[in-house]
Design a protein around this ligand. Structure first.
Ligand code: 26V
Length: 811
């Protein structure tokens, strides 16, 4: 923990400002003030960063590398100040200088290098590893453009590029001396030398991988880990002057652009796999640079290559970094000269893999031709892994061709990345109990029976430092005042709060805190959308990627139904509600974009209808990102977690909401089940089909959405409203949604769960009328949220998968 007093902080800050801007503090813009503060904080971090790295070299403790195509960090200043333990001092010092810390914090551009849950999980894990003193580092891509910015124009999503580096990035440090070369294309020359095969890669295209390091600050423990993101450049970092001098200027420029394209942009799709060459290039690019750099460092410190797996753990976040497996093999075989068996033992003991989705359409499978021409040596290694694996399978399952071809790594002209990840790692985990069970019993059952010991569950978590301490300081203070500070380092101790939740003064304070947060959000809503919402209404929130399986449509149809009811019966006695949505659709995902448009049209209609306006309002907040999530989550009464059971692997916003005292309305899917188990049935509102029912329908059929539509006039009229011009003069506008639900038989059981959802929402209405009891429920949720801290998750990974030593245990 850093100790610094207000006076020295002010002095240092003014000095820093002068140093980097060459002018006096009082003259500058707020952005310049933010830059100076960021830069000062980075200086504070620098010494401990160096010391942490030294410690890791000296102690020789096991290093964990978390490989991920995505790190969705959000803003860093507030978290760094909090974890350094100087946020209060900094805030007061700046106040003396008439500067608002919050205003400066809000100027930071979100670091949005991720799509959603998977990327944000990686960011929470980095925070927990550093805070638990685990030598754990991130490895990924420094995309020039992050996840697109979303604008809503005439109700429709429009994508704008996210030029997040435009104004610079105070947190990153380019490391020219740590560059690596990654080789693409070319041919492999095979020759036998002294009875040993030698493979030489020739005619390849070299790409320079340049690392940019970002410090990951541990909570008050002096540990600073590293997130290393790789950027692609041409080897001489300029276009080829020989072609320039021959007048082939454009060609040279084209080459430079094609190399830089590798780290140009994050793929904004998290639902539908597409075999795009550029994405495969991205994957090999960062994985190869990362693995080369890890092995180089390991050897520099005198490590014996034969015990690499004792000192290094590489975790792959979904299948995206699976090429780490053949890349380690390549280095061990071709550069270190190890025999296949030994290289394979080391590789599989080093690598572990997390699966994040059972959606078949998201499974990565690369076309063989593309794979072979882009990565010729890696392809040869994958082919051999496959041959050896299939030979083993043949021994166990002689004659069972079906099974063997299902499990093969190469089949049907494709390389199946999930199969490679399972075969080439020593651990495969799901992200919530139900998800892991489904992997074991359904999606990956062949592999589970073959390798039962590889499979395990690690229920996701979220960092309570960002999602409670930082975003909700007033709630944090109430908790500290009532149960003491212990929960900050041991979040499970939040349980002590349960004893206090019947106390009326606590209930009142919970109410007041939520009210203030809702008032602030109401202001943001007014600023962004020009809609006035009532902070006394129930804030009913669904924020997440827009996906058919997450069923924003279910929520929207229920709002349409309620609207109809209110028109029929203007005196209907309901607690006023504000329905809040946020989320981005993949640019090519039609149905998801239509869903956004529908929500916006419903919002427009309802918000402009004075007959219902004292009862309901609908808001779609554009450009949902980490910072907006922080603002919304602390102001939420009701958290919507309504995915089709079995489809949401875990969910993590569900955990953030409960930690901030929202009550959840949910299907028994993903981690909702574990939340229910923690808080008990009285403190969560559950509805809908259970997993057996859903799996049974998928297996045996028997579901007809049309039957429900035909027999329930209430559903019928809301569904008809999709195509009768009520929400858009062009009646065809929402036909796609209609067709998905009726002629295409509603793959995600929206109609099947509709009635049960409405009844669950009626229960919410009743419960909310008893404010003391509602606040008691909120309190129980907070008290049981500690187990969902990512500190618990990371300890389970460290002990159960990585074998990472907790040398500096602070638990
Ligand atoms: C998948 C794909 C597949 C196609 C190409 C691009 C792409 C990019 C990302 C992904 C990842 C989708 C998987 C994902 O984000 N899963 C979410 O992971 C969360 C953290 O474990 C979990 O809480 C969510 O339930 C799960 O949907």
């Amino acid at each position: 923990m850093l100790t610094i007093d207000k006076r020295s902080f002010k002095r240092a800050y003014k000095k820093k400002y002068l140093e980097i801007h060459g002018e006096e503090l009082s003259d500058g813009s707020n952005y310049k003030k933010y830059e100076a503060l960021g830069s000062l904080v980075r200086d504070y971090v620098a010494e401990n960063w160096m010391k942490t790295n030294k410690r890791y070299s000296n102690t020789g403790e096991k290093q964990v590398y978390y490989f991920s195509m995505e790190f969705l960090l959000g803003r860093l200043l507030g978290d760094a100040l909090l974890n350094l333990g100087i946020r209060d001092v900094c805030k007061e010092a700046l106040e003396d200088l008439s500067i608002s810390l919050e205003e400066l914090e809000n100027l930071e551009h979100d670091q949005g290098l991720g799509n959603g849950g998977l990327g944000r999980l990686a960011a929470c894990f980095l925070d927990s590893m550093a805070s638990l003193n685990i030598a754990g580092h991130g490895c990924g891509i420094r995309y020039k453009y992050g996840f697109f910015e979303q604008k809503i124009i005439d109700g429709v999503q429009v994508e704008v590029s996210d030029n997040w580096l435009r104004d610079g990035n105070v947190w990153e440090k380019r490391k020219n001396d740590k560059r690596e070369i990654v080789k693409f294309g070319g041919n492999i020359i095979e020759e036998e030398i002294n009875g040993k095969m030698k493979f030489t890669h020739v005619n390849y295209e070299p790409v320079l991988a340049v690392p940019y390091d970002t410090p990951v600050v541990g909570y008050e423990n002096n540990t600073i880990n590293t997130l290393r993101l790789w950027s692609a450049e041409t080897v001489n970092n300029e276009f080829d002057f020989s072609s320039f001098s021959r007048g082939e200027f454009l060609k040279a420029l084209e080459y430079k652009n094609s190399v830089e394209a590798i780290s140009q942009v994050l793929y904004p799709d998290d639902s539908q796999y597409e075999g795009k060459m550029l994405r495969l290039k991205q994957q090999y690019f960062f994985v190869s640079a990362g693995v080369q750099c890890i092995i180089r460092r390991y050897k520099r410190h005198g490590g014996d290559i034969r015990s690499l797996d004792e000192k290094i753990a590489i975790h792959i976040n979904d299948t995206h970094p699976t090429l780490a497996i053949p890349e380690i093999m390549r280095i061990l075989l071709d550069e270190e000269g190890l025999a296949w068996e030994e290289a394979w033992r080391i590789t599989t003991n080093t690598v572990s893999y997390t699966n994040h989705t059972i959606l078949a359409e998201a499974l990565e499978k690369w076309p063989l031709d593309m794979f072979k021409s882009l990565l010729p040596r890696i392809y040869m290694i994958v082919e051999e892994i496959n041959e050896r694996f299939c030979a083993d399978l043949w021994n166990s399952y002689t004659g069972q061709w079906d099974k063997i071809s299902r499990m093969a790594i190469i089949a049907d002209g494709q390389v199946r990345m999930a199969n490679l990840a399972i075969v080439g790692s020593h651990s495969v985990n799901g992200v919530a109990k139900l998800h892991t069970e489904i992997l074991k019993k359904q999606e990956m059952s062949d592999f589970y029976y073959y390798y039962p010991n590889k499979f395990n569950n690690k229920t996701n978590g979220i960092t309570h430092r960002r999602w409670l301490l930082k975003t909700n300081p007033r709630l944090t203070k109430l908790l500290v005042d009532t149960i003491g500070e212990g929960f900050i380092k041991h979040p499970i101790d939040l349980e002590a709060f349960e004893k206090k939740v019947n106390d009326e003064s606590i209930q009142r304070e919970l109410y007041n805190i939520k009210k203030e947060n809702k008032e602030n959000l109401a202001e943001t809503i007014y600023e962004k959308n020009g809609i006035k919402v009532d902070p006394n209404s129930i804030f009913d929130v669904q924020i997440k990627r827009i996906h058919a399986y997450k069923r924003q449509i279910l929520n929207c149809l229920r709002i349409m139904d309620l609207y109809n009811k209110l028109l029929e019966n203007p005196g209907l006695d309901i607690v006023p509600r504000t329905f809040i949505f946020g989320g981005k659709a993949a640019p090519a995902y039609h149905l998801a974009k239509k869903t956004i448009e529908l929500i916006n049209r419903v919002a427009q209609k309802i918000n402009n209808d004075p007959r219902v306006n004292d009862k309901i309002k609908v808001v779609f907040l554009d450009n949902y990102n980490v910072s907006l999530a922080e603002e919304i989550i602390r102001a939420t009464d009701l958290s919507e977690q309504i995915s089709t059971t079995t489809k949401e692997a875990s969910g993590t916003s569900n955990m953030k909401f409960m930690m901030n005292g929202a009550v959840t309305i949910a299907t028994l899917d993903g981690a909702n089940i574990e939340i229910r188990d923690e808080v008990g049935d009285d403190n969560i509102i559950i509805f809908g089909l259970n997993s057996n029912e859903v799996l049974n329908y998928y297996k045996n059929g028997g579901y007809s959405s049309f039957d429900i539509y035909k027999n329930d006039p209430r559903i019928q009229s809301s569904i008809d409203d999709l195509i009768n011009g009520k929400y858009h003069f062009d009646r065809e506008r929402f036909r796609e949604i209609y067709e998905n639900l009726i002629p295409y038989n509603d793959q995600f059981f929206v109609l099947k769960d509709f009635d049960s959802y409405i009844k669950a929402q009626d229960r919410v209405d009743k419960l909310y009328r008893d404010m003391n009891n509602w606040q008691r429920m909120c309190g129980v949720n907070i008290a049981h949220s500690g187990i969902f801290s990512s500190d618990r998750t990371i300890l389970q990974y460290a002990n159960g998968i990585w074998g990472a030593e907790l040398l500096y245990k602070n638990l």
